[in-house]
Design a protein around this ligand. Structure first.
Ligand code: ZN
Length: 220
């Protein structure tokens, strides 16, 4: 019986890194919907053809198509044996209901939905810490928390004053956190209602420390 894990977490909380560690450590297979879409297109399957059509017209891929791809992947023996961490699905309650239907048809089980929570000040700090050298011949990238230049605000390589791109601005970061919050809350409520939600607090600590918290939350 396939065991399914889903991780939810705001940008900057370390969801990607923790997911990768979890898969390495537990043998659970990481499946992202983006990769599934690319694989189907490459295979040239019926689904893949449909996806190609839609993307070439600039249309969104429907929930039904994504769910069909997920169902197909979840039915494969490696996933049945090892379990799966789903990445990018479900994003909405409608998708969560579709996943529930897939699992009851295939005999799979939702093992846990892990909500990674983090302090907003820390997230803002992380999301706004990138600096870039605007010199077109250089374009070095720094991170004032993890990879700062030797002299604050100045590029080590060429001496140009560093800039912060609008992608990394406080305004953009606040917007991303707000969008995450609005999109995720209904899903959190949905899984909490089903008794599948577990929470962990991601702190500004080493990855290993946060990973221990993850294992404790999942009781593994
Ligand atoms: Zn430079």
């Amino acid at each position: 019986m396939a065991k399914v894990y889903v991780f939810l977490g705001p940008p900057g909380a370390g969801k990607g890194t923790l997911g990768e560690l979890f898969c390495q450590d537990s043998g659970v297979i990481h499946v992202s919907t983006g990769q599934l879409l690319r694989d189907e297109m490459e295979l040239g399957s019926d689904l893949g053809q449909q996806v190609k059509e839609l993307i070439s017209h600039g249309s969104l891929v429907s929930d039904e198509i994504v769910a069909a791809m997920v169902a197909k992947r979840l039915a494969q023996p490696d996933i049945k044996a090892r379990g799966v961490l789903l990445d990018g699905f479900p994003r909405t309650v409608h998708q969560a209901e579709m996943l529930c239907a897939i699992l009851s048809e295939n005999g799979g089980e939702m093992a846990a939905v892990l909500l990674i929570e983090a302090d907003e000040t820390m997230l803002m700090d992380r999301l706004t810490s990138r600096r870039m050298c605007p010199n077109k011949q250089c374009e070095a990238i720094y991170n004032i928390r993890t990879n700062p230049p030797r002299k604050a605000g100045i590029c080590d390589r060429c001496g140009t004053a560093l800039i912060q791109r609008s992608d990394d601005s406080e305004e953009t970061a606040r917007g991303r956190l707000k969008v995450y919050d609005e999109q995720t809350r209904p899903l959190v409520d949905y899984y909490e209602g089903k008794g599948k939600l577990v929470r962990m607090q991601s702190g500004d600590d080493a990855v290993e420390v946060n990973y221990k918290r993850l294992k404790a939350a999942l009781k593994q």
